[in-house]
Write a protein that binds this ligand. Structure first.
Ligand code: RET
Ligand code: FE2
Length: 526
C-alpha cells in the first residue's frame, strides 16, 4: 500500500493520450475533473495523515473517442510556501507545522481572546465545485481556489469569510435547478454566537461584474449551534425540494482546543471529539420561509460524513446517509496505519451503513406518546416522546458502502432508486464499485484484482429516460506494478464494462470530483 499512499506522485501537466480499450459512448464528451492528495513528503518532512497531502488535480478529457490525461499540483499558498521552504510549513488536518518563511500569509494572530481561530490552509484537496463558468478546488476551511478546468492551472484564492462570516465550509455544496450553489459553513464564536450558515452563490452575474459570483453570495438562513464552543463537525448536508436537511452530530469541534492548538503543538484532528453520550439532532429549514421546523427530532449518537440523497414523500422527509457507530474512520487514514501492517492497522471497527431516516413533518398532533408516527412503508421509526420531541431510528438500506453518488441532475432532492458507491470490506480503502437498487436491494459490482477504484460518478446519456440511463466513471489505481492505472467506463444500467482508458503514469488515489460535459466548458479561445 506504500506505493498508493506513501509515495509522492509526479504531475503530468501536458496531456497524455490514454490507450482506449472497448467502446466508449460517442456522446461522452467533456472532462472528468478530480481532486485528491498527491504529495506527502516535502524535503525531510512528512505529513502524518493522508488528508494532509498537497492537492493534485487530475483530469480525463473525452474527445471524439479519444481520452487525454493530465495532472497538476494545485499551486496553493500552502504548496508554494512548503516547496520554497523545502519542508512542511503550513498546518494541515493531521499535521501541525510552524511557519517561518511565509509568516505574512499563515502566521496571523491566533490568540483565543483577540480573535479566536488561526489562518487555515488553502490546500484544497477534497472536491471540485462549479459556479457558472468558474471551477474551484475545495476543502473544508474558509478557502477555495479557482482553477482552469482545461489546463488545471491554479487561479485566485478566494476567502469565503470575506463574503460570509464562516470559519469552515463544506466541500460538498449542492446545486439547485437554476445552477445556484447552496453550501453550509460554521461561524465560530462570532459576536458571541456559534451558528451553521446556509449560503447561496448565483451561477452567473451581470457582464460588467463578471469578476466573481462570490460577491453575490447571499445568506439563506442560519441554525444556532447547540453549543458555543462545541459546534458539530459536518462534511455534507442534504436538500429536498422544500427543505434543507442538516444533521447536528455529536462529532464536534472543540474550539478552545483549536484556539490553543498551535501553543500546545497538536494537530487540528485532535480538536475533533466524538461525544457518544450525546444525541444526534436533525434540523429541517423551509427554503421559502427560511424558518426551521420547530419539532425536535433526534436519533442516537453516530458519526457520518456523506449524505446520499433526501426527498419528501407524504408529509415526511426521507434522508439517506452513510453512518458509523464510532469516530475511527479519520484515524484509519493516518499514514502510519496505511503503510506497513496495513491489514492489521487499518481495520474498520465500524462498518459504514447506509441509513434511511424517515421523519414525519406532518403528523397527528394528538398521537399518543410512544406511538410511531411514520406512515410510509419503512422499518424506520419516529416515536413521539413525552416532551413532544421525536426519537427517530433508521432503516438500514445496506452496509459497506462509501463515497456515494446518485443521478444528481435529475434525482437530487427527489425520490430515487439507485446509489452508485464504492464498497469497503475490512479496510476503509475501497475494493469495488457498486450500484445499489434501494427498492429491490439488488447490488451490482465491478472489481478486479489489485485494483482500487475511486468514487464512481454517474453521467446521464443525452436521451436518458430512466434514472440509470448513462455511464459510471471511476479512476482505478493498482497495487500491481505491472498493471497501469485506468479510467473505467461502466454501463450504469448493467454495470458491465464498456471500456477503459489506460495511462502509464503513477496515478494518485483521489477523493471526489465532477464530470463537466463539453457544452458546459468555455472554448479555449473565449
Ligand atoms: C484543515 C482543517 C480541517 C480539515 C479537514 C479536512 C481536510 C477533512 C477532510 C475530510 C475528508 C477528505 C473526508 C472524506 O470523506 C478542519 C477539521 C475542517 C478544521 C480545521 C482545519
Ligand atoms: Fe466527501
Amino acid at each position: 500500500m506504500d506505493t498508493i499512499f506513501g509515495r509522492n506522485k509526479e504531475e503530468h501537466p501536458e496531456p497524455i493520450k490514454a490507450e482506449v480499450q472497448g467502446q466508449l459512448p460517442p456522446w461522452l464528451q467533456g472532462i472528468l475533473l478530480r481532486n485528491g492528495p498527491g504529495m506527502h513528503t516535502i524535503g525531510d518532512t512528512k505529513y502524518n495523515h493522508w488528508f494532509d497531502g498537497l492537492a493534485l488535480l487530475h483530469s480525463f478529457t473525452f474527445k471524439n473517442g479519444e481520452v487525454y490525461y493530465r495532472s497538476k499540483y494545485l499551486r496553493s499558498d500552502a504548496y508554494n510556501c512548503n516547496i520554497e521552504a523545502n519542508r512542511i510549513v503550513v498546518s494541515e488536518f493531521g499535521t501541525m507545522a510552524y511557519p517561518d518563511p511565509c509568516k505574512n500569509i499563515f502566521a496571523k494572530a491566533f490568540s483565543y481572546l483577540s480573535h479566536t481561530i488561526p489562518e487555515f490552509t488553502d490546500n484544497c484537496l477534497i472536491n471540485i465545485m462549479k459556479t457558472g463558468d468558474d471551477f474551484y478546488a475545495t476543502s473544508e476551511t474558509n478557502f477555495i481556489r479557482k482553477i482552469n478546468p482545461q489546463t488545471l492551472e491554479t487561479l485566485e484564492k478566494v476567502d469565503y469569510s470575506k463574503y460570509v462570516a464562516v470559519n469552515v465550509a463544506t466541500s460538498h455544496p449542492h446545486y439547485d435547478s437554476a445552477g445556484n450553489i447552496l453550501n453550509m459553513g460554521t461561524s465560530i464564536v462570532d459576536k458571541g454566537k456559534t451558528k451553521y450558515i446556509l449560503f447561496k452563490i448565483p451561477p452567473s452575474v451581470a457582464e460588467k461584474e463578471k469578476k466573481s459570483c462570490l460577491k453575490h453570495l447571499e445568506v439563506v438562513c442560519s441554525i444556532p449551534s447547540r453549543s458555543l464552543l462545541h459546534p458539530s463537525y459536518y462534511h455534507s448536508f442534504g436538500i429536498t425540494e422544500n427543505y434543507i436537511v442538516f444533521v447536528e452530530q455529536p462529532f464536534k469541534l472543540d474550539i478552545v482546543k483549536m484556539a490553543t492548538a498551535y501553543i500546545r503543538g497538536v494537530n487540528w484532528a485532535s480538536c475533533l471529539a466524538y461525544h457518544k453520550e450525546d444525541k444526534t439532532w436533525f434540523h429541517f429549514v423551509d427554503k421559502k420561509t427560511k424558518k426551521e421546523v420547530s419539532t425536535k427530532f433526534y436519533t442516537d449518537a453516530m458519526v457520518f460524513f456523506h449524505h446520499v440523497n433526501a426527498y419528501e414523500e407524504d408529509g415526511h422527509i426521507i434522508f439517506d446517509i452513510i453512518a458509523y457507530t464510532d469516530n475511527s474512520l479519520y484515524d484509519l487514514f493516518y499514514l502510519k496505519n496505511l503503510s506497513k501492517n496495513f491489514e492489521e492497522k487499518s481495520k474498520l471497527t465500524s462498518i459504514p451503513a447506509c441509513k434511511r431516516f424517515v421523519v414525519p413533518l406532518q403528523y397527528d398532533k394528538e398521537a399518543e406518546v410512544g406511538s410511531n408516527l411514520v406512515t410510509l412503508p419503512s422499518t424506520a421509526t419516529a416515536v413521539k416522546e413525552k416532551d413532544g420531541s421525536i426519537y427517530c431510528q433508521p432503516e438500514i438500506l445496506c452496509e459497506g458502502i462509501e463515497l456515494p453518488r446518485i443521478n444528481y441532475d435529475d434525482y437530487n432532492g427527489k425520490k430515487y432508486k439507485y446509489i452508485f458507491a464504492t464498497q469497503v470490506q475490512w479496510s476503509p480503502v475501497p475494493v469495488k464499485v457498486v450500484k445499489f437498487n434501494i427498492q429491490t436491494k439488488e447490488m451490482l459490482h465491478w472489481e478486479e484484482d489489485h485494483s482500487w477504484p475511486s468514487e464512481p460518478i454517474f453521467v446521464p446519456s443525452p436521451d436518458a429516460r430512466e434514472e440509470d440511463d448513462g455511464v459510471v466513471l471511476t479512476c482505478v489505481v493498482t497495487s500491481d506494478p505491472k498493471k497501469a492505472p485506468f479510467l473505467l467506463v461502466l454501463d450504469a444500467k448493467t454495470f458491465k464494462e464498456l471500456g477503459r482508458a489506460t495511462v502509464d503514469v503513477e496515478m494518485h488515489l483521489d477523493l471526489h470530483g465532477m464530470f463537466v460535459p463539453e457544452k458546459d466548458l468555455k472554448t479555449e479561445t473565449e
